[in-house]
Ligand binder design. Structure first.
Ligand SMILES: Cc1cc2nc3c(=O)[nH]c(=O)nc-3n(C[C@H](O)[C@H](O)[C@H](O)COP(=O)(O)OP(=O)(O)OC[C@H]3O[C@@H](n4cnc5c(N)ncnc54)[C@H](O)[C@@H]3O)c2cc1C
Length: 415
């Protein structure tokens, strides 16, 4: 059987995809394997989840969700998707501080690549992790908790340390939030007031197709309705109906807008759990720069707007607060990220990526690990303080490279 990622642009080279029903089965599979890797929900766009050995999907593990109300944390099975348990957290009076654009992504896969939402005060989803249970190369089940010297290196682990069978996440009190969309933000207003605009809500996303001198939409997510900007805002107009981030697409797939408050898990993602957000006919890339450089980076990209716009379905500008996780693209710096949803034209997109990476190189750009990029190990090494430390950890936990694959081997050496 042929296995592909969600977008269908990657056909996995794995001989087999196992779907164990218990953690002990995961241990036996890993212990007996040559090369092996965990597969999450397959939402990455590059070969990060691929292997020439065997893949293990945890979607068949018991759907463990253990809420520890006294400690404000939850332990969830590694194969669960955020949308599988977010309603239960809300019902118990809790929330996660943030979510990505869709709730269909597995927690373990999202954490492994530092998946993020937006918000100048919100770190990536990986920052909520306080503990990992993982099956290491010998088939041992180990627990790594915050405070362990290797913790900051292992959370955003790119699947290189083993199969994460459970994660413990810090919780915050449950909250409601409303979202408003603003249409047609003039580019000069964005350039003049970017920090204020990006900081105008709990979570703000600016969308542009690079086709006009206006940024198509700004999504502002509450939390308090009275704090949300008025109907005319920096030359943009509050939308009079629901919007889809990709102009012209069906808005039924999107979470409720127009200022109607609702539980955090039904407003923070752009897309609803009960709809498949698109046909998967897309590719994605995302590039992180220091938030202070967002306007300079925007202006640099604007110089190739004519080359980008035919390939872009939409481009989203988000913010991510600095965090201490070694390989997070927001490691140690408050960041702004330029996310691109491309049309599914791999040759054209991969030809343009080095141009974008070069334009953003003055800002020490870091790519999203789960999306398309072309910059090499030598470049990436200069962009992370703990790159060599991460390589040392890989060598320590998996000296034989059982969890290695072409993607990891290309970007990291086992020191
Ligand atoms: C439509 C769409 C929207 C997206 N929106 C966002 C967004 O808003 N923000 C953002 O930052 N990213 C976003 N992404 C990217 C996505 O969040 C990342 O690619 C993420 O890694 C996907 O998680 P996954 O479970 O599908 O992982 P996979 O793609 O299956 O795997 C990714 C990596 O995680 C590892 N992994 C998976 N499960 C485990 C496990 N149990 N143990 C150890 N390692 C594991 C894999 O080995 C691999 O290295 C989006 C992607 C799509 C397709």
């Amino acid at each position: 059987m042929v296995h592909t990622n969600w977008a269908g642009n990657i056909t996995f080279g794995a001989r087999e995809v196992h779907r164990p029903g218990a953690v002990d089965e995961v241990r036996a599979l890993v212990a007996g394997a040559g090369r092996v890797r965990a597969l999450g929900s397959g939402h990455s766009f590059n070969r990060i989840a691929d292997t020439d050995g065997e893949l293990i999907s945890l979607a068949g593990l018991p759907p463990r969700v253990e809420i520890d109300a006294a400690a404000s944390r939850v332990t969830v099975a590694g194969g669960l998707r955020y949308g599988d348990f977010a309603d239960r957290l809300y019902a118990a009076g809790f929330a996660l501080p943030n979510l990505g654009s869709l709730p269909h992504i597995s927690v373990a896969g999202a954490v492994a690549t530092a998946t993020h939402g937006s918000g100048v005060r919100n770190t990536s989803l990986a920052s909520s992790v306080s503990g990992l249970e993982l099956v290491t190369a010998e088939g041992e089940l180990v627990e790594i908790r915050r405070g362990h010297p290797d913790f900051a290196g292992m959370v955003v682990g790119l699947g290189g340390f083993g199969v994460v069978t459970a994660l413990t996440l810090d919780l915050v009190p449950g909250f409601e939030i409303a979202q408003y969309v603003y249409d047609r933000l003039p580019a000069e207003e964005f350039a003049g007031h970017a920090q204020e605009i990006l900081g105008a809500g709990y979570s703000v996303s600016v969308f542009t197709t690079w086709r006009t001198d206006q940024l198509d939409q700004v999504w502002v997510k509450g939390p308090r309705t009275q704090d949300v900007p008025g109907p005319r805002w920096f030359g943009a107009t509050r939308a009079d109906g629901p919007r889809h981030p990709v102009p012209g697409m069906d808005t039924r797939h999107c979470t409720t807008q127009l200022g109607e408050p609702g539980p955090w898990q039904h407003r923070l993602p752009h897309f609803r759990m009960d709809f498949t957000p698109s046909t998967g006919r897309e590719l994605q890339s995302e590039f992180f720069v220091p938030r202070a450089n967002v306007v300079a980076a925007y202006r640099a990209l604007d110089t190739i707007r004519d080359r980008m716009s035919p390939l872009v379905q939409t481009c989203e500008i988000r913010t991510i607060a600095a965090e201490g996780l070694w390989l997070s693209p927001a490691a140690e710096r408050d960041s702004a990220a330029f996310h691109f949803t491309w049309i599914d034209d791999t040759p054209a997109v991969t030809a343009l990526l080095p141009v974008i990476e070069e334009l953003l190189s003055p800002f020490a750009v870091r790519p999203h690990w789960g999306k398309l990029f072309t910059c090499d190990a030598a470049t990436l090494r200069t962009r992370y303080d703990h790159y060599a430390d991460f390589e040392r950890l890989l060598a320590h936990y998996d000296p034989g490279g059982k969890f290695g694959n072409d993607f990891l081997d290309r970007h990291f050496t086992r020191a």
